[in-house]
Design a binder for this molecule. Structure first.
Ligand SMILES: O=c1[nH]c(=O)c2ncn([C@@H]3O[C@H](COP(=O)(O)OP(=O)(O)OP(=O)(O)O)[C@@H](O)[C@H]3O)c2[nH]1
Ligand SMILES: [Mg+2]
Length: 197
């Protein structure tokens, strides 16, 4: 079976990539699966593209093989785009999904439901040694709830209601999330590239 390395240490993301790529009979191997001591890539960029490129290019150079990376986050209009680029560590170090959710709900406590519009963004970078890095972006529109619900997914899924649904992303099955998510919308632009793997 063909393989693709995904430069992520996030188990939730890694599982979603495994599900997407299994449809093409390709095994998505995350940094959590590799028995190698790889350095943590510092996400010092000022855009999702820069951070996705940093992750993909550094790991592609180290392993000398094509690497896909995902830099993603939640953009909330009433918070002027926050947590945005800092979604993973919005409530500080170490990364903690529950603390991030609590912080967002606290910041939105006086904002009515109709003004809680938000979207997830996923920027994918594909780094191939010796070639220019390729980028694809996907979005998923929705709204932030007042009470967390559901146990599936990861990150902010328990407080995000996708457009055209009345349950949170964490109440959807992984199969349904993977049909509508920002990650799916970015990955589906890569089909031609995936077929050449
Ligand atoms: O509810 C969510 N459902 C999602 O589908 C989703 N996708 C991204 N996010 C949030 O955005 C951060 C990404 O930050 P990020 O791209 O730097 O990834 P990360 O640091 O978690 O792992 P890595 O891939 O960098 O190793 C994550 O931690 C989450 O807080 C999501 N939240
Ligand atoms: Mg990260």
């Amino acid at each position: 079976m063909n393989q693709i390395i995904i430069a992520t240490k996030n188990k939730g993301k890694a599982n979603e990539f495994k599900a997407f790529f299994s449809k093409y009979e390709i095994e998505a191997v995350s940094l959590l699966d590799l028995n190698k001591e790889l350095p943590d890539v510092e996400e010092t960029g000022s855009t999702f593209e820069e951070n996705a490129a940093l992750k993909a290019e550094q790991i592609a150079t180290l392993l000398n093989t094509p690497v896909l990376a995902d830099d993603s986050g939640l953009i909330i209009d009433a918070l002027h785009g926050r947590p945005g680029l800092f979604s993973a560590r919005y409530a500080g170090e170490p990364k903690n999904d529950q603390a991030n959710i609590d912080k967002v709900l606290q910041e939105l406590k006086d904002i009515p439901l109709e003004k809680r519009s938000a979207r997830f963004i996923c920027v994918l970078a594909i780094a191939i040694p010796g070639e220019d890095t390729v980028f694809r972006t996907g979005f998923c529109e929705g709204q932030i709830t007042t009470v967390p619900k559901g146990r599936n997914g990861f990150g902010y899924d328990p407080i995000f209601i996708p457009e055209n649904f009345d349950v949170t992303m964490a109440e959807l099955t992984p199969k349904v999330k993977n049909e509508i998510s920002h990650r799916k919308n970015a990955i589906s632009q890569l089909e031609k590239w995936i077929h050449n793997l």
